[in-house]
Design a protein around this ligand. Structure first.
Ligand SMILES: NC(=O)C1=CN([C@@H]2O[C@H](COP(=O)(O)OP(=O)(O)OC[C@H]3O[C@@H](n4cnc5c(N)ncnc54)[C@H](OP(=O)(O)O)[C@@H]3O)[C@@H](O)[C@H]2O)C=CC1
Ligand SMILES: Nc1nc(O)c(N)c(N[C@@H]2O[C@H](COP(=O)(O)O)[C@@H](O)[C@H]2O)n1
Length: 283
């Protein structure tokens, strides 16, 4: 077995585990993953796409894609990188029984281009049919919006409408719908805003026995420095010893709805070529 595959099998959760959200609805397992430089950047200046991963860790990423039912990116990444999100690098001998994950784009206002590689690949038989998740808000019935939906569907996409929370698509709404559509495992690749949302979701206080929304975090750290004009990511929660919620407890205010620093525990670190892969789980 390849080193990358062995590593992933040791850090990803078993697919036999049934996962439920706080309201008892089934949701898929979630792996949040991305590549960053030593100075914490995921892209260059103005979001310019960078190849941070070396060949070995990139191969690991393709194995990871092969081990998930769906792969999620935000519309920022879809526009900026025009990614393919399919499995291409695995050697032919290992390719039997392997399929590319279902591409899923978070795109509240249906801005995805109809000539993007995801749709082209699907039409050419080189990837699964892309699913585009948009907002089910009152504006969704506008003529312009309906025209964009029809154009995307004609180009090969399936469009799903889900609710928004604070102006962004609801992550729980997304995960519930994905599970309804038989998706048991989701790999979230980015970009910066999507990483922020999933990190925040992983930090939300949960009821007893309720699993974290994000199960696994796998970060590739490349031995390179991008510089201050590169694009970094934020986790959306404070790491101060005395957190906002502590302050509110001191003030006697309710804190249930506040985010906490994600409770993260390290599982394994591996070198793949020149890159370091750090894996852990949210608890
Ligand atoms: N190094 C790496 O591993 C990776 C790097 N990247 C880099 O990341 C950059 C893109 O990041 P960014 O510009 O932040 O774009 P994202 O890919 O994170 O997309 C963000 C957009 O997605 C839409 N969206 C809908 N719902 C949500 C939600 N719940 N949470 C977050 N976003 C949501 C929003 O647009 P709307 O409101 O219109 O729907 C939002 O503006 C590129 O430079 C790319 O190269 C990307 C992936 C991996
Ligand atoms: N693992 C990893 N390493 C990097 O250096 C990267 N830049 C990325 N980016 C992600 O991969 C997408 C491109 O995928 P395709 O090669 O087009 O299939 C890109 O959009 C990011 O999501 N990942």
């Amino acid at each position: 077995m390849s080193a990358a595959r062995e590593f992933l099998l040791s850090v990803l959760p078993s697919q036999d585990i049934e996962k439920y959200d706080g309201e008892g609805k089934r949701i898929p397992s979630v792996t949040l993953t991305f590549a960053q430089s030593l100075d914490g950047k995921i892209a260059g200046s103005h979001g310019r796409q960078l190849t941070l991963s070396g060949p070995d860790s990139m191969l690991m990423t393709h194995w990871m894609r092969a081990m998930h039912d769906a792969i999620v990116v935000g519309i920022g990444t879809a526009h900026n990188d025009d990614p393919q999100l399919n499995v291409r690098l695995i050697p032919e001998a290992d390719k039997l029984h392997i399929k590319s994950p279902r591409p899923v784009v978070l795109d509240a206002y249906l801005r995805l281009r109809t000539d993007c590689k995801l749709l082209k690949n699907y039409r050419d038989g080189k990837g699964q049919q892309p699913w585009v998740f948009c907002a089910s808000d009152p504006e969704s019935a506008s003529t312009e919006r309906l025209a964009r939906k029809s154009a995307l569907e004609a180009a090969g996409a399936v469009v799903y409408e889900i609710p928004c929370v604070s102006g962004l698509l609801s992550i729980l709404g997304l995960l519930r719908k994905l599970h309804e559509c038989d998706i048991q495992s989701v790999m979230v690749e980015g970009g910066a805003s999507v990483i922020n949302t999933f990190m925040k979701q992983a930090s939300q206080p949960r009821g007893p026995g309720e699993p974290p929304v994000v199960d696994t975090l796998i970060v590739t750290v490349a031995p390179t420095i991008v510089g201050d004009d590169g694009l970094g990511y934020t986790v959306g929660v404070s790491g101060d010893k005395l957190s906002v919620s502590d302050h509110l407890v001191l003030l006697g205010m309710p804190t249930e709805s506040l985010y906490q620093i994600p409770k993260f525990t390290h599982t394994r670190t591996a070198m793949m070529g020149r890159d370091t892969i750090i894996a852990g789980k949210f608890i």
